[in-house]
Design a protein around this ligand. Structure first.
Ligand code: UDP
Ligand code: MG
Length: 323
């Protein structure tokens, strides 16, 4: 059983040597206990880092065959870096893990065991989030609930720490989306799956590569890539407002026809005007979000380009996800 551990890295020079050391030690131990074959390895995917990340990867790969590296031609985001790693992994199974050692590495053995027991996909799920800031915890949990409400199948408190078998990866390769939200797609694959719980630690060193802005963009990506619920919401709102304004018009007409005090009303003209204008703008805005999504999907742009590689037995061409 050959395992490829996939580690996306963006400006991770501060943690990379330690991460590499720990992963290699763990692999060594699992190999000696005959849970994995000796050619199991770690694949670092450099997501266009601006610091020393790639030279660290290169020197690691030169010194020991357990390390391999892929370098993307520029920063393409965590999800695309992960995809690049998964698509070029040669192991019988892959496990994806962040570079910052927040995910407890001892869960890897539990994942391998769950795979041996028959699971094609093993999800790593955080037990508690008390190491995260209050804001991150509350917003993340509210977000998972919202996704479930919108009809997405997501695994609660699971990020991108997971094991996948060859055939699960082959199934993933057939999704041609360019708006990637892996944790929404993977439950759609089916196959026997299992969950492994772990404690999430603080980042070992360096700072988060996911500032609030990126996080919000990613959150919206998750919703709009999988759910038309916001569109339905707007339709419902539009319907409600239309009904309301019909009633309002009927009343205004009645006042004008049957009463004496039909003042040429400024308020009754301006208020509905402004209100309707607002609702319409909102609706158009949300429609536009989806049109933008269609636009970017129909372009079928490749998700990434490989610039360099090291440690692999075969030379990859400058591939995109159709590889
Ligand atoms: N990452 C990446 N590309 C990016 C941003 C992040 O490959 O554009 C990697 C990063 O190196 C790390 C993982 O994604 O291995 C998760 O990022 P981070 O730990 O900063 O996110 P957080 O845990 O704060 O949500
Ligand atoms: Mg992190």
């Amino acid at each position: 059983m050959m395992l490829s551990i996939i580690v996306p890295c963006y400006n991770e020079e501060a943690v990379l040597p330690e991460t590499a050391r720990r992963l290699a030690a763990l692999l060594g131990e699992l190999v000696s206990r005959e849970k994995l074959s000796g050619d199991s390895h770690v694949v670092f995917v450099d997501d266009g880092s601006r610091d020393q990340t790639w030279s660290i990867i290169e020197s690691l790969a030169r010194d020991a065959p357990v390390y391999r590296g892929l370098k993307l031609s520029r920063n393409r985001s965590h999800q695309n870096a992960l995809l690049a790693g998964l698509q070029h992994a040669q192991g019988d199974i892959t496990i994806s893990v962040d570079a910052d050692l927040q995910d407890d590495l001892s869960a890897i053995e539990a994942m391998v065991d769950a795979h041996a027991a028959g699971a094609d996909i093993v999800y790593g799920v955080r037990k508690r989030r008390d190491r995260d800031s209050f804001f991150k915890r509350a917003s993340a949990e509210a977000y998972y609930r919202l996704l479930a409400r919108f009809g997405l199948e997501v695994v609660f408190n699971h990020a991108d720490y997971r094991l996948m078998s060859r055939r699960a990866l082959a199934a993933l390769a057939r999704f041609g989306e360019s708006n990637l939200f892996l944790r929404g797609i993977i439950p759609q694959l089916g196959f026997p799956s299992a969950i492994v719980y772990y404690d999430r630690a603080e980042r070992f060193a360096g700072e988060s590569k996911y500032p609030l802005r990126k996080m919000l963009a990613f959150a919206w990506q998750g919703i709009s890539s999988f759910s038309a619920a916001p569109l339905h919401l707007v339709t419902g709102l539009g319907l409600l407002v239309s009904l309301g304004s019909m009633g309002f018009s009927a009343w205004a007409l009645w006042v004008w026809l049957f009463t004496e005090h039909a003042v040429p009303g400024w308020t009754s003209t301006v208020v509905p005007l402004v209100f309707l204008g607002g609702v319409q703008l909102l609706s158009i805005g949300i429609l536009g979000e989806y049109v933008a999504k269609i636009y970017s999907e129909t372009k079928r742009r490749p998700a990434y380009f490989l610039e360099k590689q090291i440690g692999f037995s075969q030379a990859f061409k400058d591939t995109d996800k159709s590889s």
